[in-house]
Design a protein around this ligand. Structure first.
Ligand code: TXA
Ligand code: MG
Length: 316
C-alpha cells in the first residue's frame, strides 16, 4: 500500500504528478466535474491498478482523457455529428463514446474489450496541465471506491482511497459537481447514455435535433448499475415533509432543512452542491441514519441530479 501524497496544484506538484503517471502510478486529479483517478491508459499495470484501487468490476470500461482535440483521431473515429459535438462542447463536461481505432495502443482493460472507447477533454486548468505534461491518453474514472459517492474535493478522495493510490492533486472543489454527460456517437443519431454536467437541452440545441433515448433495460453503459453513489444510511426522495430523525436536504424554500442543495432553487448551484450534500448528510446520519431529499425539478441539470439521487436511494 503506498502512502498517498497530497500534491499542490502548482508547477512542482504537476511535475511530480506527471512523473508518477509515466511510472505507471495512480494520481487523483481535479476536473471541472468530479475528481478523477488518473493512470496511463496504455499501461496494463496502471489500468489494472485503477480497477483494484476502486474495487471496480472489470467489465465496466473507463473514460480516456486527452488534452487536445488533435489527439483524438489516434484513438477513435469521429463521424461528422461527433465532430459537431466535439467542436461545440470540448473541452468540457461531455464524454463521447466513439468507434475505437484498431492499433490505438490502449490497454484492452480500458475499453473492457468493447469495439468503442469513451473520450473526454476536461476543461479544468489543472487537469489540462497534467494531461499536457503527460502527453498521452489518461484513463480516469471518478476517484471514489466503486458504488460510493463521487468526490468533489481532495478530502473526499482521501476519505475513500487514502493508502490505495499514490497521490492526489488538491485543486479545490469541482465547479460543475456532477460527472460528464455521456453520449454514444457511434451511430447516426447520437444517444444519451448518462445524464450529467452538460444538459440534454444544450446538446440538442447544438445538434438541432433530439438525442435518441436510452433503450430501456439495455446495458448501454455497463457502469450504470442501479445502486451507486450510496451513502451508508437509507435515502428517501421527493420528500416535502420529513419524518422525525431524518436528515432533510432541501431544494428551494424548505424551512428546518439540515442542509440545502440550493435555497433559491438554482439547478446549477444544486449540481455543484449535490455530492458535498451527500457526503455531509452521510456523515450526519451515520450507518443506520436516514436521509430525505426534497423534490428537484426534472429539467436541465435536474435530470442528472435526479438520476444520481435515484441511484443513491436504490435498494442494495
Ligand atoms: O466527469 C466524468 O466523466 C468523470 C471525470 C473524472 O472525468 N469520470 C467518470 O468516470 O465519471 P466513471 O468511470 O465514473 O464513469 C464512466 C462511465 C461508466 O458508466 C462507463 O460504463 C462508461 O462511462 N463507459 C466507458 N466506456 C464506455 C463505452 N465504450 N461504452 C459505453 N459506456 C462507456
Ligand atoms: Mg463513477
Amino acid at each position: 500500500m503506498p502512502d498517498t501524497r497530497l500534491l499542490s496544484a502548482d508547477a512542482p506538484g504537476l511535475k511530480r504528478a506527471a512523473a508518477l503517471l509515466r511510472a505507471g502510478r495512480l494520481v487523483a486529479m481535479p476536473t471541472e466535474t468530479v475528481y478523477g483517478l488518473a493512470g496511463d491508459a496504455t499501461n496494463d499495470r496502471a489500468v489494472a491498478g485503477i480497477f483494484s484501487a476502486k474495487g471496480r468490476p472489470r467489465f465496466n470500461p473507463l473514460i480516456v482523457h486527452l488534452a487536445d482535440p488533435g489527439q483524438v483521431a489516434a484513438f477513435a473515429h469521429l463521424s461528422p455529428v461527433a465532430q459537431r459535438l466535439a467542436a461545440a462542447f470540448w473541452p468540457g463536461p461531455l464524454t463521447l463514446v466513439l468507434p475505437l481505432r484498431p492499433q490505438a495502443g490502449l490497454s484492452p482493460l480500458v475499453t473492457a474489450e468493447l469495439p468503442s472507447v469513451a473520450i473526454r477533454l476536461p476543461a479544468h486548468p489543472v487537469a489540462r496541465a497534467l494531461l499536457a505534461a503527460f502527453d498521452g491518453p489518461v484513463a480516469a474514472p471518478s476517484a471514489n471506491p466503486s458504488g460510493r459517492i463521487s468526490p468533489v474535493t481532495a478530502a473526499h478522495v482521501l476519505a475513500g482511497l487514502d493508502g490505495r493510490i499514490d497521490a492526489v492533486i488538491d485543486g479545490g472543489p469541482c465547479a460543475v459537481g456532477l460527472e460528464s454527460t455521456i453520449v454514444d456517437a457511434t451511430r447516426d443519431t447520437p444517444r444519451l447514455l448518462r445524464a450529467g454536467g452538460l444538459s440534454v437541452e444544450e446538446i440538442e440545441a447544438a445538434l438541432g435535433a433530439p438525442l435518441a433515448e436510452r433503450a430501456e433495460g439495455a446495458i448501454t453503459a455497463p457502469g450504470q448499475l442501479a445502486s451507486h453513489y450510496a451513502p451508508r444510511g437509507r435515502v428517501r426522495l421527493d420528500v416535502a415533509h420529513p419524518e422525525p430523525g431524518e436528515v432533510w436536504v432541501g431544494y428551494g424554500p424548505c424551512p428546518g432543512a439540515a442542509l440545502s442543495l440550493s435555497p433559491g432553487g438554482d439547478l446549477t448551484e444544486a449540481a455543484a452542491r449535490l455530492f458535498h450534500a451527500l457526503h455531509e448528510a452521510d456523515a450526519m446520519a451515520g450507518e443506520s441514519g436516514r436521509i430525505a431529499f426534497a423534490p428537484v425539478p426534472e429539467t436541465g441539470l435536474g435530470r442528472a441530479i435526479n438520476d444520481r439521487l435515484r441511484r443513491a436511494a436504490a435498494p442494495r
